[in-house]
Design a protein around this ligand. Sequence first.
Ligand SMILES: Nc1ncnc2c1ncn2[C@@H]1O[C@H](COP(=O)(O)OP(=O)(O)OP(=O)(O)O)[C@@H](O)[C@H]1O
Ligand SMILES: [Mg+2]
Length: 279
Amino acid sequence: MNRIEPHTLAPPPELAPSVPAVEVLSAEKTYTNGTQALLPVDLSIAEGEFVTLLGPSGCGKSTLLKMVAGMLEPSDGRLLVWRKPVAQLHDCPHKLSFVFQSPTLMPWASVQTNVRLPLDLGGVPRKEADARVMESLALVGLEKFADALPRALSGGMQMRVSIARGLVTQPDLLLMDEPFGALDEITRHKLDADLLELWRKKKLTVIFVTHSIHEAVFLSSRVVMMAARPGRVVEQFHIDEPYPRSADFMVTPEFARHAKRLQDSLLRASSHADEEATR
Ligand SMILES: Nc1ncnc2c1ncn2[C@@H]1O[C@H](COP(=O)(O)OP(=O)(O)OP(=O)(O)O)[C@@H](O)[C@H]1O
Ligand SMILES: [Mg+2]
């Protein structure tokens, strides 16, 4: 008799309950100098979502992302990653990676040494680490540049190295704080498209920060709008459009409709902050 493998008993994906990858439970942040960066935030992000945080400067996007990463403690409330406090993530099979706005590469070290850094720090044996580095570089199309120094690469390529370094630990959750903000428009579009492909291929959960409404609509399954002074979540938008998304999506009426809704919301979020500032 054929044995029924346990996974064949799993409900089909559309019926499976969504697993929360990230739960922000009334987490708030006041810095030691008294700046109230975030009022209590409640946010649940399901496994496989691509969520973008959008909002005016100072609304607490980076603060929220750093708290999810465990780089910053909330003043009150809790944050769970796959149902565990982020500090206990080492005991769980899931991993997260943080990609910063600037590539932050070691200028004296080759591309592959830069990408290998998290594995070296984690004590992964050299042979296994080298194989994973090459795999990660291939994912971002840079395998031919493994021996190059960062200064020999363009800004966009350096950012790819930084993403490869983020992927080398095979994370399930990728946190990206304005990763393409400093790049020209064409390079940014190319990296956006590549990121979407990676997200789908690797079944990642992504929390992405940007100032660009168009980037937010193109990439996200959901956009979380935040306002400043004090920072808080004000609205959320589902970008209910099919993937894969190509550049053609950006010239559709649906894209324009989503962009307009986000723009109106961003204006509301920003004008509220201006009113607060002039009080
Ligand atoms: N280390 C810190 N100490 C004190 N205040 C801070 C610190 N980091 C950030 N802030 C303040 O907290 C608020 C939120 O900052 P945060 O950097 O999270 O905003 P942001 O939305 O990421 O802004 P931007 O779009 O400019 O990157 C701001 O008022 C900021 O000045
Ligand atoms: Mg920021």
